[in-house]
Design a protein around this ligand. Sequence first.
Ligand code: PLI
Length: 443
Amino acid sequence: MVEPIKKTTQAQRETALRAAGFNTFLLRSEDVYIDLLTDSGTSAMSDWQWAGLMLGDEAYAGSKNFYHLEEAVHKHYGYKHLIPTHQGRGAEHILSQIMISPGDTVPGNMYFTTTRYHQEHAGAQFADVIIDEAHDPTSPHLFKGDIDLGKLERVLKTAKHVPYLCVAATVNMAGGQPISMKNLKAVRELCSRHGVPIMMDATRAVENAWFIKTREAGYADKSCAEILREFCSYTDGCTMSGKKDALVNIGGWLSLNDDKLAEKARNMVVIYEGLHTYGGMAGRDMEAMARGIEESVQDEHMRARVGQVEYLGELLQSYGVPVVVPIGGHAVYLDARRFYPGMPQDNFPAQMLAAELYLDAGVRVMERGVVSAGRDAKTGKHHYPKLELVRLTIPRRVYTQAHMDVVAESVVAVHDRAEKPKGLRMTYEPEYLRFFQARFEPI
Ligand code: PLI
């Protein structure tokens, strides 16, 4: 699909940004020139996927597209049961509700916004067990998604009850950073000793497989598909947003190996999502996702996808722009702390930088700092994450390298006038996942 994009004037962007309360989530997409807000649901589908849409079996129950999806998930991810959901957070909701009891602790390799929300909503507290390097944007560690075995063991020994370990591959909030196979194997061994299952956030697990192939000893000659299967084999189930790796605009699933848990999940899916053979998706959506999964595990696709992200990241580095290293799988992350060294975190530097980038040339990006981190459920105070980042997220198969050049020039222009902005003040704060709808004004 080819979509037109619109150029705007500085005056038009100023008006649009004010109307949006300096929050890029509140801009109208028609006012955006190059949209790097997210890679979620924004990828372009292939001819084969579009053809699949025409083969939607829209029966209420037992659609043949459900069975195609089940086959694709089984073949490439290997799990026994598939429960379709409308998107990733639908799966997170069901998993949290069936596995967590109030007072539990759920360890994870950093948090993701919706994942942690559902864990806390079910009564758990989240414990970060990622390696320290993940919180340092300048650390060149090749697998910043790795779990610190010491931190995990402490949680396993001291927490009242750990229903499962949540392992994200790749880690979005750390900068799209992968976890190594070696680390996951060791984590599996430790969790097995404590009788704790591992649930993966598989949203970008194929990108993780690509990093294992290109960075970890012993995997260069294996395909992404083979690596993905091995990776999943060390886990007991997954939540999945099909809107990323799986190349569709909507859809997700929950996978489980345990029969009893799967039965509980099937009981819940009919309340919140839809029947257990469609989970909130049309038959055609399931067909597009089944085909998207097949395409996503192709090495050549991953080479082009991650290669484009690296292209932008390396260009920015060559201009001296502070970015998180190594460059991640789905996005380049600007380090707002180093962009605006004097600006206190209470003035929301990453939110400011995202607004500045829109103003400069109409490029839309996303804050991933103190606004996204939200407030502590108990104390009501801001979480102050070490990482104060802006994410330039690349949709799959959408933009050309020339678009990336325009983005890089705009980032450099904003970097050159970094002494001017003083930050933002929050004028409206929603109760849940505030980054989506909060409003700000300049200080
Ligand atoms: O947006 P959903 O509900 O399909 O998926 C939620 C979700 C779960 N895990 C991870 C790692 C995500 O990145 C994720 C959604 N991410 C979005 C929307 C993003 O812009 O990164």
